[in-house]
Design a protein around this ligand. Structure first.
Ligand code: UDP
Length: 407
């Protein structure tokens, strides 16, 4: 049962640039959307009322959708209703705020607190905080300053870094996904440590649970005797898929191992052409399968079918896919990013590589493949039991009440 403290909260969650029901695995939609909707669902189950505000991307979409019990998605028009990049969204944040104000007035709503996700929402949340006189909490889900300090990662504009720095000073509470991220907020944005709370991401333990590997392979059309590595994620440079591709020819038996790649923006996207270009150059096209985005609900079969999940990222805020793989009974090889050292029990449930990829990734994969055959999927599932969404939502709620108690 969710922590209620005898009061049902009314929460305005803001996710302006990315919809919690958008296509997972594409450019702007991933772990943040999963995290927001799962926490909202749990809070709603506990009797709390959550409105998630996002930018409407299609004029055909309804303004209000009931997502779950006590949880609504409010889709407001701001700018043109097609794909806008993040800086275009930035230019329309004041339109979004006006539409939100209008909606709130029209429906005579009031909230106990605002929880913004990502810096763009934080900007709007800051204005709402001034207007509504309620606390403002923010989860950044990656930091512009850290991206700019990380080699090979897309660089972020000054306006993002400056906005994050301002929010890190002004919000009542900053919620990071990991201790590592907390340290980064202190280091890059000089936040007082006591203003920062750490709430991890989670995994749906019912959906992500081990399936019989032979059955899973049959279901997704794989050879029962093959060896399969799996990548699940967006194709942004920060995710490091290029490094995993470069690790493939370094494996001892590169022809005997197939890599399944899930996610991306389709065959027409430049990121897809970049990745297939690398495969061509390395002569590994025949062992790589680009499967495109897969519905979240269908992923457990792919995780269960794979021998290992590989997370080759240069930078992560958390890295939910590692939790999902382990919950499905599949070990993980990962770079030292996000929550990997927290999630993975070194040598038992996976391996975190410390040297620079791609050679270290290839070595890590070789070392871990035997584990995949011997470890019990149930024990891997249990190793991430503490990341069940009800537990995570409870921690979030404690943060909310902590802020309200200080008023
Ligand atoms: N995902 C999905 N289908 C895809 C690709 C990704 O459902 O085709 C989901 C994946 O299961 C995970 C999320 O998108 O829940 C990605 O979260 P993660 O924290 O790993 O990465 P982020 O997108 O936040 O960088």
């Amino acid at each position: 049962m969710i922590y209620s403290k005898n009061k049902d909260l009314r929460i305005a969650m803001l996710s302006v640039h990315s919809s919690p029901i958008g296509p997972l695995g594409t450019r702007d939609t991933g772990g943040m959307s999963v995290c927001m909707r799962e926490v909202a669902r749990e809070l709603g189950r506990g009797g709390h009322k959550v409105d998630i505000y996002t930018r409407r991307r299609d004029p055909a979409l309804q303004e209000r959708i009931r997502l779950y019990e006590n949880v609504r998605l409010i889709q407001l028009s701001a700018g043109h209703e097609t794909g806008m990049d993040k800086l275009e969204v930035y230019d329309h944040l004041d339109d979004f705020f006006r539409a939100m104000e209008k909606f709130v007035r029209r429906h005579t709503l009031c909230y106990d607190l605002i929880h913004s996700h990502y810096w763009l929402s934080g900007r709007v949340g800051g204005w709402a905080q001034e207007q509504w006189k309620v606390p403002h909490l923010i989860t950044f889900h990656t930091l512009g300053a850290v991206k700019n300090a990380t080699e090979g990662v897309e660089s972020e504009p000054e306006v993002r870094v400056n906005t994050e720095r301002e929010l890190a000073q002004r919000c009542e509470r900053i919620l990071t996904n990991t201790e590592r991220e907390k340290e980064q907020v202190i280091r890059y944005y000089s936040s007082p440590p006591e203003a920062i709370g750490v709430v991890p991401c989670g995994v749906d333990q019912d959906l992500f649970s081990p399936m019989d590997a032979r059955l899973a392979r049959r279901q997704v059309g794989l050879d029962p005797n093959g060896t399969y590595l799996l990548y699940v994620g967006r194709f942004a440079p920060s995710k490091g898929l290029d490094r995993l591709l470069k690790a493939m020819p370094l494996l001892k038996h590169p022809k005997g191992i197939r890599l399944l790649v899930i996610g991306g923006d389709g065959n027409g996207a430049s990121s897809f052409r970049d990745m297939t270009g690398i495969c061509r150059k390395l002569g590994i096209e025949e062992v790589i399968s680009f499967l495109g985005c897969i519905e979240h609900e269908s992923l457990p079969a792919y995780y269960s079918a794979a021998d290992l999940l590989v997370v080759p990222s240069r930078y992560e805020s958390f890295g939910i896919v590692a939790l999902e793989a382990l919950a499905c009974g599949t070990p993980v090889v990962a770079t030292r990013v996000g929550a990997m050292e927290k999630i993975i029990r070194e040598g038992e449930t996976g391996h975190v590589v410390t040297d620079d990829p791609p050679a270290s990734l290839a070595q890590g994969i070789e070392n871990l493949l035997p584990l995949s055959a011997s470890v019990s999927p149930r024990s891997l599932h249990m190793s991430v039991a503490r990341f069940d969404w009800p537990i995570v939502a409870e921690e979030m709620l404690k943060e909310y009440f902590g802020v309200l108690d200080e008023l």
